[in-house]
Design a protein around this ligand. Structure first.
Ligand code: NAD
Length: 372
């Protein structure tokens, strides 16, 4: 088996690490920065606090990033970067903010509209403004990946773009910033971590470093996610989930995500289900499908996590979902024929091709039939 590994993002992990922001910016040679964040952080004052931590090096704030960021928000960031001649970017928020900022820091260097890159990612420049990613959820791992997921809501498209220039320069992972995440969002983002790790492990492109990282992240999710949901200020649970999120991000960057993520895009786009919850909806079902053609790797993983076999592992995920209160079906939505068809067709996303078992349309229909 041949494999390659490269991980260019410097990581600073630990409680209170955001206080070192000014030193980090100076080390990067930044003079005029933009802080990209979401409206809630502007409202609560965290954006102003982070701007203060920068000792005046952040000169402007864009506070308009919403969940599943739209290309228009990315365009607005690009305009602000160019209008203020910013020479570095700080992204403070969940995966949505990080993705929007990563794209803006790369795309601001050329005149093309964001839509052009959505249509043809090969047009993306291969450099970026220096970017410091500060995650405030424990979920996406976006602070260390080369992926940016953008949506064109007008066109009904949500799409992951990938290029090396999207790797942030630095990730400051400060678990204390996740204490304010509400229980349901903690549950959803935690399911995203679980999916990243499990999909990295079973991806057709899995490799030994990713496997080891995936096992570590999965153990942490089973040990700490429920606690983080029940006690939002539990320091150890928050720290371990933040660790799991970074480690799972490192695990999937190279093998990529697979079937559960493929289905998540239409589930979010068409039904508005939060990203992590959408991924988690199908993950145990795909575990059973992949387990049926297991070459022994999934059984080994199940045992490493303390389950007797793959079916018990899938039951364990189902039980975790019920405990933390994320969706296990779509029955309450009473989907009509058209919506059902759109879900099936929308799930035929390229990520499906990374799944170890070929997923046919019939299999997708069977799976969704159980859910709706
Ligand atoms: P999110 O960024 O959309 O945030 C969800 C909600 O939580 C928002 O309302 C946000 O304001 C709020 N929030 C964030 N941090 C908070 C805090 N500390 N306290 C209180 N509220 C807080 O959610 P997410 O799951 O982190 O990101 C999802 C997005 O990331 C999706 O678009 C998904 O497709 C994408 N994603 C990207 C990658 C990648 O590698 N780039 C990987 C997985 C997912």
């Amino acid at each position: 088996m041949n494999w390659n590994y490269m991980q260019p993002v410097t990581i600073r992990f630990g409680n209170g690490r955001i206080k070192g922001l000014a030193e980090e910016v100076k080390a990067l040679g930044g003079n005029r920065g933009i802080l990209i964040t979401s409206p809630s952080f502007v409202k609560r004052g965290l954006a102003a606090k982070v701007q203060k931590e920068s000792e005046g090096l952040i000169c402007v704030i864009y506070g308009g990033v919403s969940p599943n960021p739209d290309i228009k928000e990315c365009e607005a960031c690009i305009s602000m970067i160019n209008d203020h001649e910013c020479d570095f970017v700080v992204a403070l928020g969940g995966g949505s903010v990080l993705d929007c900022a990563k794209a803006a820091a790369v795309m601001c260097q050329e005149e093309r509209p964001v839509k052009a890159y959505m249509e043809d990612a090969s047009l993306l420049p291969d450099t970026s403004l220096p970017l410091i990613a500060v995650p405030t959820t424990a979920g996406t791992g976006s602070e260390i990946t080369c992926v940016s997921v953008l949506s064109d809501h007008e066109a009904g498209v949500k799409k992951p773009l990938s290029c090396d220039a999207f790797y942030p320069t630095l990730a400051i992972v400060d678990p204390e910033l996740t204490y304010s995440v509400p229980p349901h969002t903690t549950a959803c983002t935690g399911m995203d971590v679980l999916c990243h790790a499990l999909e990295a492990y079973w991806s057709k492109h899995h490799f030994p470093i990713g496997d080891a990282l995936a096992v570590h992240a999965l153990k942490l999710v089973f040990d700490y996610l429920q606690l983080a949901c029940e006690q939002p200020e539990h320091a150890l649970a928050r720290e371990k989930m933040a660790e799991a999120s970074v480690i799972a991000g490192l695990a999937f960057t190279i093998p990529k995500t697979t079937s559960a993520h493929a289905c998540s895009y239409p589930l979010t786009n068409l039904l508005g289900i939060a990203h992590g919850e959408a991924c988690g909806l199908t993950i145990d079902h795909f575990l059973r499908i992949n387990g049926a053609e297991d070459d022994g790797r999934l059984l080994e993983l199940a045992k490493m996590l303390g389950f007797k076999d793959v079916e018990a592992f899938a039951d364990g995920i189902d039980s975790l979902k019920r405990t933390i209160g994320v969706r296990t079906d779509l029955k309450d939505l009473q989907l009509d024929k058209e919506q059902k068809e759109a879900l099936v067709q929308g799930s035929k996303h390229p990520n499906l091709l990374n799944n170890p078992v070929e997923i046919t349309e019939t299999m997708l229909r069977d799976l969704y039939r159980k859910l709706w």
